[in-house]
Write a protein that binds this ligand. Structure first.
Ligand code: UD1
Length: 418
């Protein structure tokens, strides 16, 4: 087990360079097996979720060649095997192998996926989509056997604009016979990135990034080269850290439009920002900031993945703020720990009410999930004194070189094995 120690209360300044998007990468790696040749993907983040997916590729006898931030995936000699429970449970995104294997071999066998415990996280919409394409689904305990004689294009309406279901159905449909239409599709930039990747291989997908995605099935997918988009959640997390403790704190190599909802909230709070074409700089602190209310929503709404770090910023705002979480039913697990650090937050149903500003003081806390962990890092950097965070494996699943990036801007942060 690993823990982080953070000596907080320091002013941070300098530049943080944003890595490739985790949520795009975890779909692109399984998607790569759809090629009949090989796929090269660059700007891959070096995070443990990437390692876990590469382990699954190797288990399926896919040739994987990793270099710094790039990967060549060659599935020419791959075998379609049952993905073990251990592999399936390592991360949520293992479920993209369901769509990809179904699309390539018309059969996928794997277990219910793992991932952060932020809600029930059903996969019924993914399965309904596969069924609409002609697959049958057998569930034995928590093992899923999904297979089809033939996959045929279909009209699929998603009851919820689910990111995972949208991508998984796209993966299963690219080689199906005829045309598939996904209505009420999710619009997240990661979906556009995955569709672009598949189109680079020869798929015919239009409308990714809108609510209606149309896919004309093709027989073959060929060689391609692709780049992962910058991680908007990593960028948003560092922007929030900059607003908490930064001066001339630049978050670089990002796409500001992807975090428009966050930027609007920060402007409303009076955070002093400079927004460039590929960077956001936090110039100087205007503390205490103004309180605000935020409600999480599907893209382009305020991302649930930034809700937890954003709550930390609201502890430094003057007055009463509210955070309403609408996507996940169990996403306030960071709050008791923020209160231990000195915050004043009450949770009622799916809304957290934050009274600020409050001084935060270092103590021992636990990262219960990835973004809760990021929130605790933000809080620990703001707090005076030393904070110890345990279970930091969650954080390392999604933030590349977090120790090095924060150390470079003046944070005192170490990680050690216990
Ligand atoms: C993705 C992101 C995650 C983010 C979430 C919402 C990845 C790897 N993860 O997760 O970081 O928090 O989007 O932006 O990209 N739902 C169903 N049935 C389904 C699928 C989803 O009811 O079959 C519900 C979920 O319980 C949730 C909502 O739909 O309430 C949104 O989930 P979804 O968009 O699918 O999230 P993920 O793709 O798992």
């Amino acid at each position: 087990m690993k823990l982080m120690e953070i000596d907080g209360g320091r002013e941070l300044s300098g530049t943080i360079r944003i890595s490739g998007a985790k949520n795009a990468t975890v779909a692109l790696i399984p998607a790569a097996i759809l090629t009949d040749d090989e796929a090269t993907i660059c700007n891959i983040p070096e995070i443990t979720d990437t390692d876990a997916l590469c382990d699954i590729l190797e288990f399926l006898k896919v040739k994987v060649n990793r270099a710094s931030e790039s990967i060549v995936i060659d599935p020419k000699f791959m075998e379609n095997a049952e993905i073990t429970e251990e592999f399936s449970k390592k991360l949520r995104a293992s479920y993209y192998f369901m769509g990809a294997l179904l699309g390539k071999f018309k059969k996928a066998v794997m277990y219910f996926p793992g991932g952060c415990s932020i809600g029930a996280r059903p996969i019924d919409l993914h399965l309904k989509g596969f069924e609409a394409l002609g697959a049958t689904i057998k569930i034995e305990k928590n093992k899923y056997i999904v297979e089809a004689e033939e996959l045929k294009g279909a009209n699929i309406y998603l009851d919820i604009a689910s990111v995972g279901a949208t991508i998984n159905i796209m993966l299963a449909a690219v080689k199906a016979k005829g045309k598939t239409v996904i209505d009420n599709a999710a619009k997240e930039p990661e979906i556009v990135n995955v569709a672009t990747f598949l189109n680079n291989m020869g798929a015919k997908i239009v409308g990714a990034g809108t609510s209606t995605i149309k896919i004309e099935g093709v027989d073959h997918l060929s060689k391609c080269f692709h780049e992962v988009i910058p991680d908007r959640i990593e960028a948003g997390t560092y922007i929030i850290i900059g607003a908490l403790c930064g001066k001339n704190f630049k978050v670089d190599n990002m796409i500001p439009e992807h975090v428009d909802s966050l930027i609007s909230k920060l402007e409303e709070m009076d955070v002093n920002l400079e927004i460039g074409s590929d960077y956001v700089t936090i110039l100087e602190k205007n503390k205490p900031y103004k309180a605000t209310n935020v409600k999480t929503a599907v893209y382009p709404g305020f991302p649930t993945d930034l809700q937890q770090p954003f709550t930390v910023l609201l502890t430094q705002a003057h007055g009463k703020s509210k955070v309403n979480e609408t996507i996940w039913e169990n996403r306030f697990m960071h709050v008791p720990y923020l209160n231990n650090l000195g915050a004043n937050i009450i949770i009622q149903n799916q809304t957290a009410t934050i009274l600020g500003p409050t001084d935060l003081k270092g103590t021992s806390v636990v990262a219960t999930d990835l973004r809760a962990g990021a929130a605790l890092v933000a809080a620990a950097l703001t707090a005076t004194g030393k904070t110890t965070i345990t279970n930091v494996e969650h954080i390392l699943r999604g933030y590349e070189q977090i120790i090095e990036k924060l150390t470079n801007v003046g944070a005192k942060i170490t990680i050690k094995e216990i």
